[in-house]
Design a protein around this ligand. Sequence first.
Ligand code: SF4
Length: 326
Amino acid sequence: MSLLTVRDLSVQYGTVQGGVLAVDRVDLTINRGEFVGLAGESGCGKTTLAMSIPNLLPKYASIVSGSVEFEGKDIATFSESELNTLRWKDVSVIFQGALNALNPVQRIGDQIAEPILIHEPGTSHDEAWRRACELLEAVGIPSARAKSYPHEFSGGMRQRVMIAMSLACKPKLVIADEPITALDVMTQAQILDLLRELSTSFDLSLLLISHDLSVLAETCDRVQVMYAGRAAEAGTASEVFGAGNAAHPYTRRLLNSYPNINGERVFIDGIPGYPPDLSQPQIGCRFAARCSEAIDVCRTSEPDLVAISATHSVACHLAGKSVTHG
Ligand code: SF4
């Protein structure tokens, strides 16, 4: 049984103009010990999909269809207290921007100890503090710094504190939402190495959300590319991001938007245009207006996500057909 199974999930935001489906009939599976990446432009539904898992959606958003199953149990059937147990003990979140996520007037040792005290009744404050110190050591921060406040740390160290906090209740799945975006490249590399090390020692699965395809390619076992609320392509990291392997025109354009430090110096194309307005009905392929390979059927019929190998799926009318890749 998979650790997490998201099936045909749709999530809608209520707006003054009406409902907007930010996630539209998306599947996602994460197995134990697996690192899965979510890629795509801002607003493609990555964070909404991820926050549906521990049911941390904002009040004006709701799951309108589909299901999220954790260890075979549908979270829609969970009571509020079961949901509170799911959060932290089974699934924890490393939020983007550690300075905003940490309490500026509380010592970090207390902030790491707090979920332990809440979720493991009977644990003494001394025991929770000792575990907080151990977690700090595990993420490379001397335990003596447990008495410090967030402003006394660098950005990279605060992100390490967030990682330590996410591990406080020994969760099975950690959702990391752009955990390294604001950090310099050296610190990014250290944090990614740390997540890999911790995944083994803490027996973790990870859902990693990032704009940075190279981070996902290096860190994840499998990846899913999202576009305008739909899954465009999914497969192993090498099937989707390996040289010449991407099967969806959007994935190829995303990959071409990154400079190649080994190749000739060329201007980056980027992707022309903008994602569609999801408050309007979507007809045909959502990428058609920006796709240089679009054919007539793309403007009238939405492509399904179809398997082109045992582990690689693509939502494109040209999938599996011979095309010249730009
Ligand atoms: Fe491009 Fe058509 Fe494929 Fe959409 S279905 S990505 S428009 S070729």
